[in-house]
Write a protein that binds this ligand. Sequence first.
Ligand code: APR
Length: 181
Amino acid sequence: MKDRIDIIQGDITTLTVDAIVNAANSGLLGGGGVDGAIHRAAGPELLIACREIGGCPTGEVRVTPAFHLPANYVFHGVGPIWQGGGAGEPGLLRACYRNALVEASNRQLSSIAFPAISCGVYGYPRHEAADIALSEVRQWLGGHEHPRKVVFVLFNQPMADLYEQLLASKCKKQTYFSDGC
Ligand code: APR
């Protein structure tokens, strides 16, 4: 499992993977943060493609080509806005990761890159969000061949360090109870 998860610090728009996941909003009309970076790098065709889709509910994912990005697809995932944890945010964030993995598996993609969905403008507590991201991906990879590789792309080093620490502790627990991570 460990060889199927990479954690890097960087800019998701530069990655040559099959699909990058966008932290989008339900209107799919672009914005700031990673959404803005992806739209700038992909070019104006991306917004046209998003307009044709017409929106996406929170927790779900819509797929477009990646146009001028090095990736082949953009998976527009809409994470929850943090409202204190009592409005179903954990389940919606989990669903966002899982639905992106379903789309990757349906296309038998070999690689997909995730940003830290909802951890910016949407204010999700980083530790909780990272824990959801890693456990959802690990659970999926434990039962599916595709995607072969999942890359978590964190914009700053403290966030990348958090993901590394959490992944290491999950692997340690699993090794204790089974034959490896
Ligand atoms: N590559 C990777 N990660 C990035 C990049 C980038 N180029 N730019 C920003 N990030 C990181 C942020 O540092 C944060 O940790 O992505 C994470 C998600 O932050 P946001 O982009 O603000 O996304 P989110 O919190 O899900 O809020 C979504 O913000 O930009 C708007 O249109 C978007 O309304 C939507 C909302």
